[in-house]
Design a protein around this ligand. Sequence first.
Ligand code: F6P
Length: 323
Amino acid sequence: MSIAIMTSGGDCAGMNPAIKYFVEHILQKNLTPYLIYDGLEGLIDNKIKKATLNDVNPIIHLGGTVIGSSRSKRFFEYEYRKKAYENLQKLGIDKVIVLGGDGSFRAMDVFYRDFGIKFIGIPATIDNDIYGTEYCLGVDTALNIIRSSIDSIRDTASSFRRAFVVETMGRESGYLALISAITSGAEICVIPEMPYDLETKKTEIKKDVDEGKRYVLAVVAEGTQKTQEIYDFFKDDMKLDTRVTTLGHIQRGGNPTVFDRLMASNFIKHSIDRIFQDDAHGEVIIYKKSSFDFLTIDYIASHTYKISDELIGLYKLDYCQKC
Ligand code: F6P
């Protein structure tokens, strides 16, 4: 029986190196690797092709996913899952590696229960919000894009003595915003997971500006919907010349960093080793405390991702007495 790889949901840097490593590993095992194009939608529409080394040789440095992705509503209906199963069956594929988020993993879990197609989910989302893993593929690249953008913003902000509100992606997760605020020295960080107190900030920032600080920076997670509030605070309460930059989808693209390429290689190697074991079924690979392990979808789905208190404590030193 054969094995395929698919990318599903929001794309991220690191997916292409993962696809390349997957094809190389499977060919080394003298098996046939398949690529499923356009995620779950492509699986339904039979966009499945045998892969050769030529398909994946020029992609290690590319962001996004060369095999495409999708968010599929049809896959939630049994008749389309059946169609997807028949497509795989015709090609003798009984194992799938899927890179994506927990929505994609849940869909694959239902598929496994319906038809017994084994899968390993590789966490791949810039939101870094999958329970059980400390790292999702693509996060390092997204963080470096944010870092580089904020470094540029700081240049122009300090030239004009301006305040900037930078909005990051992440859905309900404040991970990107928090790490970016810590590593960019932002005066204000607004994330869903942490309270903030603008009155205290007002006093601190005013003192800094009075003493000569030439720029003020706030990093706001999109999930808080507080970008306008922080803009108004800088402009109206603090009387600062203020601009807003919404970073948007540039955070999802870009050449994968060395760390994301290495993590792609590790995730693929461990996932392939696992999926060929007899007792493998539908699982997600996780990275925790510098090692790799596997969790069931049920376990992941019954827990909620929470940003660690230690990380919040790095930004807000008095946040957690235990940290
Ligand atoms: O889940 C990844 C993500 O980039 C989120 O951070 C963001 O809110 C969302 O996807 C954007 O989705 P779309 O590409 O459909 O606009």
